[in-house]
Ligand binder design. Sequence first.
Ligand SMILES: *[C@@H]1O[C@H](CO)[C@@H](O)[C@H](O)[C@H]1NC(C)=O
Ligand SMILES: *[C@@H]1O[C@H](CO)[C@@H](O)[C@H](O)[C@H]1NC(C)=O
Ligand SMILES: *[C@@H]1O[C@H](CO)[C@@H](O)[C@H](O)[C@H]1NC(C)=O
Ligand SMILES: *[C@@H]1O[C@H](CO)[C@@H](O)[C@H](O)[C@H]1NC(C)=O
Ligand SMILES: *[C@@H]1O[C@H](CO)[C@@H](O)[C@H](O)[C@H]1NC(C)=O
Length: 247
Amino acid sequence: MAAQFAAAGVLTGLLALATFASCNTEGDILYKQRQAWEDPNNVLQSWDPTLVNPCTWFHITCNNDNSVIRVDLGNAGISGPLIPDLGGLENLQYLELYDNILNGSIPATLGNLSNLVSLDLYSNLLTGAIPTTLGAISTLRYLRLYENNLTGSIPPSLGNLTSLERLELQKNALNGAIPSSLGNIKTLQFLKLNANMLSGTLPLEVLSLVIAGNLTELNIAKNDLASTVRSSGLRVTAIIQDKLKTT
Ligand SMILES: *[C@@H]1O[C@H](CO)[C@@H](O)[C@H](O)[C@H]1NC(C)=O
Ligand SMILES: *[C@@H]1O[C@H](CO)[C@@H](O)[C@H](O)[C@H]1NC(C)=O
Ligand SMILES: *[C@@H]1O[C@H](CO)[C@@H](O)[C@H](O)[C@H]1NC(C)=O
Ligand SMILES: *[C@@H]1O[C@H](CO)[C@@H](O)[C@H](O)[C@H]1NC(C)=O
Ligand SMILES: *[C@@H]1O[C@H](CO)[C@@H](O)[C@H](O)[C@H]1NC(C)=O
């Protein structure tokens, strides 16, 4: 009798497990994103929501646990918005959506992608502000949002990204000051902020990354900055500032 109850218990457990395994949360998120996009080149044709998971879909890579770790859709001709649900792809490491026609704003929920290494949204038509929440992604090494139409100021929270190697925000419509917190990013190699509407001076904390950090390219040209930078150190390939005002 006890054995029968135990067997029934195991069976119930297995059924619960099977039900759990069949729920395809990540596939549902990506399929919802597919439906929000225009896809004139049919690059998303293989995104079939009836499959058990999205791991066989083109442009998607999974880990051994069938969880999505890469979305590779650079230069794919897709247009439309980024849906906030994307923040639910909890093991995502690479979100490569550069060189498309994406519009709307960058969802704040992307800050929940706590395993993200690379966020490449450059060369799109994105508008609105850079979400403060992106500063929570401590694993981020590449944050490239250049050539969009982003507005507002650079969130000081980005200074919490202490693994970041490339921060490329050039060719947007960003204003306000360059946050001194960016000087916390000792790993930073490329900092490109050129062709925005930034004002104030380059914080010494940031300049110090050139002298005492890994920063080899600092481009702050074509902004509204007051003069600060004139020197270059040994490892420095370029500090580019074309608008030197003497104050
Ligand atoms: C994005 O582009 C589409 C197509 O041009 C347009 O209908 C939509 O309103 C745009 N959305 C935003 C937020 O600009
Ligand atoms: C994700 O991010 C948003 C906005 O930053 C937040 O409201 C939400 O609670 C977060 N968590 C989940 C699981 O979506
Ligand atoms: C960027 O936004 C401004 C103001 O909304 C607009 O005038 C301009 O045409 C936009 N540029 C691009 C490349 O979309
Ligand atoms: C991130 O940075 C902001 C501004 O620099 C700071 O106020 C905040 O406490 C930081 N958050 C974390 C989690 O370190
Ligand atoms: C330069 O970056 C490496 C990792 O990429 C890091 O270990 C090192 O501490 C950084 N240099 C400085 C001066 O922080």
